[in-house]
Design a protein around this ligand. Sequence first.
Ligand code: SAH
Ligand code: DHB
Ligand code: MG
Length: 221
Amino acid sequence: MTNLQRLEQTRHEIELGLVNTFAREDDGLKQSLHLAKQAGLPTIQISPLQGKFLQFLATTCNASKILEIGSLAGYSGIWLARALPQHGRLITLEVDPKHANVVREAFAAAGVQDRTEVRVGSALETLPTLAAEAPFDLVFIDADKTPYPDYLEWALRLTRPGSIIVADNCIRGGAGFNSSDHTGVAEYNRRIANNPRLVSLALVMDDSYTDGFAISVVKPA
Ligand code: SAH
Ligand code: DHB
Ligand code: MG
């Protein structure tokens, strides 16, 4: 075995141990993946450990109102919804009506339909309609990458001190820190790193160890 193969095997064993110990998928999460496959949706949902981390963050900020941008098949939404109290609410924004139908089915199968709502439309058109439902305790950004800086500005408007803002795909194998990156992600990282209202960092935490979340907490005013 080469050193590289040994390293990959070690990573694989670490991943298995972490997921088996801390982030086992319940039947609802499995059903979401099954429905996504059936509908031919891309396999671009977050990893189980990322899902558990979202639950952890939602719990640390006592979240009862959560906003998600980019639903896909409801996988991350189910992880988040399971962190909500009975009266809590997750609003998830999705541009593709076909995806939104799968999400609704997955939420119902996971038993979280009472506390979740899918809003169909381009997020930049839906976000300005959410003021009356703000502040959100946690915002999870995981839609198209070009408008990430705009999604951040909306997240800042729609949160409170102590709220947490999470964005997926902020590392992108290092491209997320490259000044010539044009996806919007590098600009997102610059803004959260330099905004005096935020404490931020990014963490490698997908299953290939090349991508991960950027996380920010809104400081007291
Ligand atoms: N958060 C999901 C994965 C989301 S994949 C999970 O981890 O389970 C990205 C999703 O964002 C796709 O479903 C895509 O249709 C949606 N999307 C892309 N552009 C969008 C936009 N402008 N507004 C809202 N949703 C968008
Ligand atoms: C893609 C989008 C994502 O949000 C992700 O986590 C991985 C891939 C994509 O559009 O290819
Ligand atoms: Mg993503």
